[in-house]
Every structure is written in C-alpha cells, then in structure tokens.
Design a protein around this ligand. Structure first.
Ligand code: ATP
Length: 296
C-alpha cells in the first residue's frame, strides 16, 4: 500500500523571540491519504498557518524556529531532505493557494510568463510556446472563457473571481500530490467564493489531489472537507469526519465554536471569549476517521 500523502506526527514548534521563547505547536499529529480533503480549523493564532509553512519546508529555514516531531511527505521525512530538495518540492509535488490571489500573482508580469515560470519548475526545458499551450488548456479547464486573452492580461485587468481561477490553474499546473489551500476565497464575495470552492473541488477530484484546507470558516469546511481536525492553541482537540463533527461535536472547544457560529455572519470563527479550562481536555477522535495508509 502506498504511503499517505502527508503524515505529521507529534509536531512541536517554538520560536525564540525578543521577549523569550514561545511555544506555538504542542505535539500535533495528522494525516492525509491520497485524494483526501482534510481541513484544519481553528481560531486566529491557533497555529494553522505555521503548520502549513512547516509542511512547505519554509519554517525549517528560519533560525528562530525550533521544530520537533516528524513530517513525512509521500513517505519521505522532510527533515532528511536538504533545503534545496525541499525547495524543489514546492510548486511541483506540493503547492499552495493563498486567500488573496494578488499575493501570489505578480502584477508586473502578464499571466502567460507567470505560467511559464511555474511550468519550468517541473520541466526546466519547456519552451515559451509549449508553456503557453499548456496554460491555455489549464485556463479552459477552470472555465476561463477567453484563455488567450487572459494569458495576455495583467492580474489587475482580471476580476477577483478570474484571478482565483488563474491561481487554482497555476497551483495545479504541475499536478501536485498535495495542495495547501489557506482560506481560499475569503477576499471574495460569497457567490464567487462558493464558485471558487466548487471549482477547486472538481479539479482536485479529477486529479486525485490531496488537500490540506486551512480555514476559519466552519460553513465552508462542512461543504468542502472529508475529515476535520480542530486546533486550539497549538493542540488538536478533535478529529472527526466532516459529517461526524457537525452532527456530534464532542470536545468542549468544538462545541463552543459551533454554538457561537449562528451568532455571527458568514460562518467565520469567532474568538471565544469565555475561555474555559475544559478547552484543554484531551483529544477526541471520532470513529470512522481511518488510519494513515500503509501504516500498520
Ligand atoms: N516568526 C514568528 N515568531 C514568533 N511567533 C510567531 C511567528 N510566526 C507565528 N508566530 C505565532 O504563532 C502562533 C500561530 O500563528 P499562525 O499564523 O499559525 O496562526 P493561524 O492559526 O494561522 O491564525 P490566522 O487564522 O490568523 O492566520 C501565533 O501566536 C503567532 O503569533
């Protein structure tokens, strides 16, 4: 049996800061099998983005960060790879979609040369013409009506929704095994956000891409994810199928989150003000969550 796409075991993270050491992750474990869409959901500052940055191999380069535990990507321990090897994985075997497309599209270049750069990461010899053909096909696949025109545009000439589509097409251009999606669509209006998510779901289903979906938004998680890990202050507190989590939330923190949602608009995650000792209760794992593939 093949290894899971991602397996994180007992991941710890601390930073040295001017005010002294801070511990940010306290032994996180999670896995994503091939083709699974897994959400990491929690309030601001709980440790979602730093987890993603470790998976991408970015925090390993930061001298103030101290990382412990294991991160295996397609069966390979990231710790045993060189910085150059980790760099080579980004944009090829794993890629990232950010909440704001303008942060990953360069306003100074038209879309076509940006696709060329992306495709060159997996195929350094690809010609400009071949890259353009491939990019046009990718843009058609994400339902951009006039791909050739979009390729000759700058990102600021395209609508927010179009830019999201371009970004999804670029992120999937090299057929990554893992897509990390950090709050996709929150910068957009609700209709565009829903379309973007539906498109992303179709694309990853078609290519059996695994997804680590990082979100504040419980409504979106419910729509998109197969399984969910709820994170609270650097600890996973509940692990469930998406269906199980919403039907039967068991950890006090998850319950507080879900009961708070109807009171705010847009399904976003509220800051829970009544912090309770109960939120530090141990991890709750629901039945039916499965094990990482290939692990006895
Ligand atoms: N370079 C750093 N040095 C010190 N502390 C950091 C650093 N990067 C992140 N942190 C801290 O780590 C914690 C987790 O941050 P992280 O960005 O992962 O949160 P998050 O769950 O992604 O929040 P949000 O939803 O707001 O993006 C925060 O308390 C943050 O201040």
């Amino acid at each position: 049996m093949s290894a899971p796409t991602l397996r994180i075991a007992d991941l710890g993270l601390g930073f040295r800061t001017w005010a002294g050491p801070v511990e940010v992750l306290h032994g996180i474990s999670l896995h994503i099998n091939k083709g699974e869409r897994v959400a990491l959901v929690g309030e601001s500052g709980s440790g979602k983005s730093v987890t993603a940055r470790i998976v991408l191999g970015l925090l390993q380069e930061l001298r103030s960060a101290r990382i412990s535990g294991t991160v295996e990507f397609e069966g390979r321990d990231l710790d045993r790879l060189s910085a150059r090897e980790r760099h080579a994985l980004r944009g090829t075997r794993m890629s990232m979609i950010f909440q704001d497309p303008t942060s990953s599209l360069n306003p100074v270049y038209r879309i076509a040369p940006q696709f060329h750069e992306v495709l060159k990461r997996a195929d350094p010899a690809i010609s400009e013409a071949a890259a353009r053909d491939r990019a046009a096909a990718l843009l058609s696949a994400v339902a951009i009506p006039e791909p050739e025109r979009a390729l000759d545009s700058y990102s600021f000439q395209l609508s927010g929704g179009m830019n999201q589509r371009v970004m999804i097409a670029m992120a999937l251009a090299n057929e990554p095994a893992l897509l990390i999606a950090d709050e996709p669509g929150t910068a957009l209006d609700v209709t565009v956000q829903a379309q973007t998510l539906a498109l992303m779901r179709d694309m990853v289903e078609e290519h059996h891409t695994s997804v680590l979906f990082i979100s504040h938004n419980l409504g979106v998680v419910r729509e998109f994810a197969d399984r969910v890990y709820v994170i609270y202050k650097g600890r996973i507190v509940e692990h469930a199928t998406a269906e199980g989590l919403f039907a039967d939330p068991r950890h006090p923190y998850t319950r507080a989150l879900l009961s708070a949602v109807p009171r705010i608009t847009g399904g976003g995650i509220p800051e829970i003000e009544d912090v309770s000792e109960d939120y530090y209760q141990p991890l709750v794992v629901h039945e039916g969550c499965g094990e990482p593939e290939g692990v006895a």
